[in-house]
Ligand binder design. Structure first.
Ligand code: SF4
Length: 220
């Protein structure tokens, strides 16, 4: 009997794609059944809060059903490239912006922190945003890493949609995440000025970890 060998990178992409497909199916079941999220509460809060202890998130999690309905309505209206559907199934999960794709706007005064801004969380009243602290309670959760939150922004249309004053597009890696309308295969970077991003994603992550701003909890 032959043994099928799968190249590791292809294997990882298959796992990421399968994870996203399972998430979409789970989200549909939760929204359609209304009670699906309650019946699977530990899984539900692990996905959105990175925490199995569902009793710690009852209040905000109970608002996610209505939020999910709102998101489906906006997706059906074609807004913001489809929100979570705009992330390619095979895109790697990530906890931070792509430093080869975006850079801080020269007009932005708060460094890597989001300062007083929370537009991308509050525009649609995301229940996971803690209104007391202004921090995201789902930082680095499955949803954060696999969908739009952790990687925001990945394209100019997202920056425009949320009127984000902090980031500007730096290169042309946008197509890696674009799906399906602008999908292209190029991974090349085309800087638009002489200013260079950090040398590596590790440098970038280290710089953000050193930053005391609340952006660390929202958009590193
Ligand atoms: S990423 Fe941009 S829009 Fe979102 S909170 Fe930070 S500055 Fe505001």
């Amino acid at each position: 009997m032959g043994v099928m060998l799968v190249e590791p990178r292809v294997g990882r992409r298959m796992v990421w794609a399968a994870s996203r497909v399972l998430f979409h199916a789970y989200a549909v079941i939760c929204i359609a059944s209304v009670v699906g999220g309650y019946l699977t509460a530990p899984l539900f809060t692990w996905i959105f809060y990175g925490d199995w202890r569902f009793w710690r998130h009852v209040r905000s999690a109970s608002l996610l059903w209505a939020h999910g309905c709102q998101m489906i309505f906006l997706i059906l209206r074609g807004q913001n490239s489809g929100f979570s559907l705009s992330v390619a199934l095979t895109a790697p999960p990530t906890t931070a912006v792509d430093p080869l794709l975006v850079r801080l706007s020269p007009r932005w005064e708060f460094g890597l922190s989001c300062g007083p801004c929370n537009r991308c969380c509050s525009k649609h009243h995301c229940p996971i945003l803690d209104p007391r602290t202004g921090l995201c309670r789902g930082h680095d959760s499955f949803f954060w890493r696999y969908f739009n939150c952790g990687r925001f922004p990945t394209r100019q249309s997202e920056i425009d949609y949320y009127l984000c004053p902090k980031w500007e597009l730096y290169g042309t890696r946008d197509p890696v995440y674009a799906f399906p309308s602008t999908a292209r295969s190029s991974r090349t970077r085309t800087p638009i000025t002489d200013e260079s991003p950090p040398a590596s994603i590790t440098d970038w992550a280290r710089a953000t970890v050193d930053d005391p701003g609340k952006c660390m909890e929202r958009h590193r």
